[in-house]
Ligand binder design. Structure first.
Ligand code: GLN
Length: 200
């Protein structure tokens, strides 16, 4: 069975693991660089992006992940995880280490106080016709996408909340807090394709 890691420094590790299992993948909690080698891909959960960035550095995961991303290792960042994969961050902390790799500008805490948390059903053809339930919690927003980035979902007002660039997938929202595992299935398919391009 294909194994996909969930970065276990902060955030919804258990919920992502449950979703991966539902998508037919073996979930593995990851804390150390040596654990990356056996994996087909990695999920970076939400949480607080400055804290996760600092923990990545402290656990010696930052440079190995930057290199893995450059070499085509599939990574899916949700919420704070999306901030970590963006090349440009608006509202970044003074010392906010990021992995980067995706040609995006994201804005932290973009929805303001009134709408710190909300739910929405998104049109997302990449995962099927049925609307995808999405939970937003102090969510970042994708403000600009580069030419290589494919927009996968928008809010009804047009703002971009899910995108993909080659081996990298990001969502502003938390799919792991719903009962819909289709996005985890989509990421699992990305991981399978990255491993064995001929098979897809
Ligand atoms: N607001 C957080 C940040 O900027 C992200 C919130 C989340 O991951 N739910 O890091």
């Amino acid at each position: 069975m294909m194994r996909i890691g969930v970065l276990a420094l902060q955030g919804d590790v258990r919920e992502h693991s449950r979703m991966l299992a539902e998508a037919g993948v073996e979930p593995v909690s990851v804390k150390w660089p040596r654990e990356l080698a056996a994996l087909a891909g990695l999920i970076i959960p939400g949480g607080e992006s400055t804290t996760i960035g600092k923990l990545l550095r402290r656990f010696d995961l930052l440079a190995p992940l930057q290199q893995a991303v450059r070499e085509g290792f599939p990574v899916y960042g949700t919420c704070a995880g999306m901030i970590l994969l963006a090349d440009r961050v608006e509202g970044a902390g003074v010392d906010q280490p990021t992995i980067g790799g995706m040609d995006l500008t994201v804005r932290r805490n973009a929805f303001g106080r009134q709408r710190e948390s909300f739910e929405a059903d998104l049109d997302m053809p990449a995962v099927g016709d049925r609307p995808l339930p999405a939970v937003f919690i102090r969510a970042p927003l994708i403000e600009e996408v580069g030419p290589e980035v494919e927009v996968l979902a928008r809010l009804p007002d047009g703002r971009v909340v899910a995108a993909r660039q080659a081996n990298l997938l990001v969502t502003s929202f938390h799919p792991e807090l719903t009962n819909d595992a289709r996005l985890h299935g989509y990421f699992a398919a990305m991981c399978a394709a990255a491993r064995d391009p001929a098979a897809v």
